[in-house]
Structure formats: structure tokens, C-alpha cells
Design a protein around this ligand. Structure first.
Ligand code: COA
Length: 167
């Protein structure tokens, strides 16, 4: 039984993330998408909302499980008995950080390894922040995120603008 974790903030999940989830789920028995519950960042979506969205967009992938986690990824891997961490590499600029993270994680949990997938060319420029930035100026994000996410992001942008207006 080979179980892997694909960790991230997923605020929100993009088509680039989904591409990695689909491809990684074909290489392992079970893929856990680990949604970071990080009090430090101020996310657009709550961790519960991010988990719900991910459940919806992966509902056709039977070996994909969505779980929130906080604390160290190395500990989450131990708790879930996961052998691999999956990470997508978008560009050479990702490499330094990813290598450092993989090596630190392996030091913290020697039973675990990191598996890298090259992000599809179509999505190599994409990030969740870009999506939020484009949406905040009412730009079209339908080529960046799954269909159900488009309206959810727009709703959040509307809420934020209203909050700002009302002080
Ligand atoms: N397609 C589209 N976007 C992608 C992508 C892909 N294939 N891969 C990454 N991205 C985007 C992400 O959406 C994110 O965008 P944002 O910064 O605008 O939100 C950005 O690229 C960076 O992604 P990532 O490096 O995965 O950051 P993250 O915040 O999503 O996840 C964790 C980081 C959760 C993996 C890491 O912080 C962690 O493990 N934390 C737990 C604490 C811990 O163990 N720390 C020690 C680690 S050494």
C-alpha cells in the first residue's frame, strides 16, 4: 500500500494543482491532499471551505482523500503512514526551495521521500495569488481554476470589496 501526501495551501485550488493531483493519484494507491491550516497566512478561503472545494473537484478520483493538517508536514506524514510527499515543479525558480524542503523533511522523518512531478506547460506560470490578483480586478479566471471555483472566488472578491467600502 503506497500512500502519498500532496500538501499545499490551495487558496484556492487551481487547474495546475488538479493536474498534479490527477497524475500523482495514478502512481500511488492512495493520495492524501493535505490542506495546510496555517494561522500565519490570511487566506481568502477558510480551511473548511478549501477542504470542501477540493472534495468537490476530486470527487471522480476514488483514491484521493482530502485532509486538513497543521504543524509539520513530516509529522502529518508519520500520522498518516505516508511514504511520499508529492510536489510539483513549475520552473527552475521552484527548485532551491523545494530541495531545501525535501531535505529538511527527510531529516525530520527519514521514512519519507519527496517525489517531484513536472507541472504541465499549460500551468507552469500559475499560482493561487495570481488567480486572486486577476479576480480582484474582475479579470477572467476561468482558464486558471476549476469551474466551481470561479464563482466562489468572485463571491469572495465581492465580499471583500463590500467590507472595504463599509470600512
Ligand atoms: N499549479 C499551480 N499553482 C501551484 C502549483 C501548481 N502545480 N504548485 C504550486 N503552486 C502555487 C501555490 O498555489 C502557491 O501559490 P501562492 O503562494 O500564491 O498561495 C505557490 O505556488 C507556492 O506553492 P507551495 O510551495 O506549494 O506553497 P503552499 O503554501 O501551497 O504549501 C507547504 C506549502 C504546505 C507545502 C509547506 O508550507 C509546508 O509543508 N508547511 C508545513 C510546515 C512544515 O512542515 N514546514 C517545514 C517544511 S521544510
Amino acid at each position: 500500500m503506497i500512500r502519498a501526501i500532496y500538501p499545499g495551501s490551495f487558496d484556492p485550488v487551481t487547474l495546475g494543482h488538479l493536474d498534479i493531483i490527477k497524475r500523482a493519484s495514478q502512481t500511488v494507491n492512495e493520495l492524501i491532499v493535505g490542506v495546510l491550516n496555517n494561522g500565519g497566512k490570511s487566506p481568502m478561503f477558510t480551511v473548511e471551505e478549501r477542504v470542501e472545494i477540493l472534495k468537490e473537484v476530486t470527487k471522480d478520483l476514488p483514491n484521493v482523500k482530502i485532509m486538513a493538517f497543521s504543524g509539520l508536514l513530516a509529522d502529518f506524514a508519520k500520522e498518516t503512514e505516508s511514504k511520499f510527499i508529492v510536489r510539483g515543479l513549475r520552473a527552475i525558480s521552484d527548485f532551491d526551495y523545494e530541495l531545501q524542503m525535501a531535505q529538511t523533511n527527510r531529516k525530520l522523518n527519514p521514512n519519507m521521500d519527496t517525489m517531484f512531478l513536472a507541472t504541465s506547460l499549460d500551468y507552469s506560470y500559475l499560482s493561487s495569488s495570481t488567480v486572486k490578483e486577476v479576480a480582484s480586478f474582475d479579470g477572467d479566471i476561468s482558464e486558471f481554476v476549476p469551474e466551481i471555483v470561479v464563482e466562489k472566488v468572485r463571491e469572495k472578491v465581492r465580499e471583500r470589496k463590500l467590507q472595504k467600502k463599509n470600512g
